[in-house]
Design a protein around this ligand. Structure first.
Ligand code: ATP
Length: 287
């Protein structure tokens, strides 16, 4: 029995700029994304039958074709005429519907894992291209590290990692549907982050420059729908976090913090009322 274990790290958006609505219904975006060391773990096993089986203990994670990992397995089986099936055991650590790309990262890890398991010999770039057929964030999750993502998120320009720092993640009880948030965007009201200033700060390893240039066009939209997200932002700031922003379409908020002691102060400040809180680090390297 062939089994492989693969890690699927979460991502955060240091910037997310919504540039406009496209005729195909997607929004044109420009985002700076980086992976953090909060990860789901997937165990993939080759099956003799031709099924795709998903096992997860998480109540809100579907175990059929609605699961992005299932779709990744299905895509590779069809495209490369793979006769055998695969069982995917998902150990979810990334909060669900959180703005951390958990589902996309599971799909990306499935592509990387099956590439090895079935000796497909595809490059990460080839896998990222396939990933775009599953979802806009899957391409980035295939490669990992730090990148500027354009188009609907699938066009990647890799950039160096930000300087090492602590990241405190706080997710309120609610889940957010990315589609609902994009539907509520009014282009004439959008705030645009300064992406090139962010990229320059990253290249210069300028931690304070990074904190000053954090920006997310979707933040005000999600805050209007779910004002309680603001309480997490305010608590993080009050506890001394240097940079605070909502990730993706939310509702997870992250704080960037230089020193460990302060990271724990922010963690403790949130622990009372925020159900899911994590202290993690930025993962610098691509897969
Ligand atoms: P993004 O940041 O890419 O918008 P997200 O972190 O907001 O993603 P996910 O955790 O990927 O959201 O989940 C969104 C929805 O997708 C969930 O409500 C769930 O029903 C579905 N889903 C499909 N596959 C998965 C998976 N492998 N893990 C978690 N949720 C999944």
């Amino acid at each position: 029995m062939r089994t492989i274990s693969v890690k699927a790290p979460a991502k955060i958006n240091l910037t997310l700029d919504v540039l406009g609505k496209r005729p195909d219904g997607y929004h044109e975006v420009e985002m700076v994304m980086t992976t953090v060391d909060l990860a789901d773990r997937l165990e993939l096993t080759v099956l003799d039958s031709d099924e795709i089986r998903i096992q997860s203990e998480h109540a809100y994670v579907p175990n059929d074709h609605r699961n992005l990992a299932y779709r990744a397995a299905e895509l590779l089986r069809e495209r490369f005429n793979i006769q055998q099936g695969v069982e995917i055991v998902l150990d979810k650590q990334i909060p669900v519907a959180a703005g951390l790309a958990g589902g996309s990262s599971d799909a990306a890890a499935t592509l990387r894992g099956m590439n090895e398991l079935f000796s497909l010999n595809l490059s990460l770039e080839e896998l990222a291209e396939l990933g775009a057929e599953i979802g806009s964030d899957v391409s980035f999750c295939v490669i990992g590290g730090t990148a500027i993502a354009r188009g609907r998120g699938e066009q990647l320009e890799m950039i160096p990692a930000p300087p090492p720092c602590y990241v405190v993640l706080g997710k309120p009880k609610l889940g957010v549907s990315t589609a609902d948030v994009y539907r509520a965007v009014r282009m004439d009201e959008v705030d645009h982050p300064n992406t090139s200033a962010m990229v320059e700060a990253i290249r210069q390893k300028d931690f304070h420059g990074i904190c000053e240039n954090l920006g997310n066009s979707l933040e005000s939209v999600t805050l209007k729908l779910h004002p309680e997200v603001n309480q997490i932002k305010e608590t993080m700031r009050h506890c001394g976090a240097e940079g605070v922003l909502m990730s993706g379409s939310g509702p997870t908020v992250f704080a960037l913090i230089e020193h460990e002691q302060k990271a724990h102060r922010v963690y403790n400040g949130l622990k009372g009322f925020c159900p899911e809180v994590f202290v993690v680090r930025i993962l610098g390297k691509r897969h």
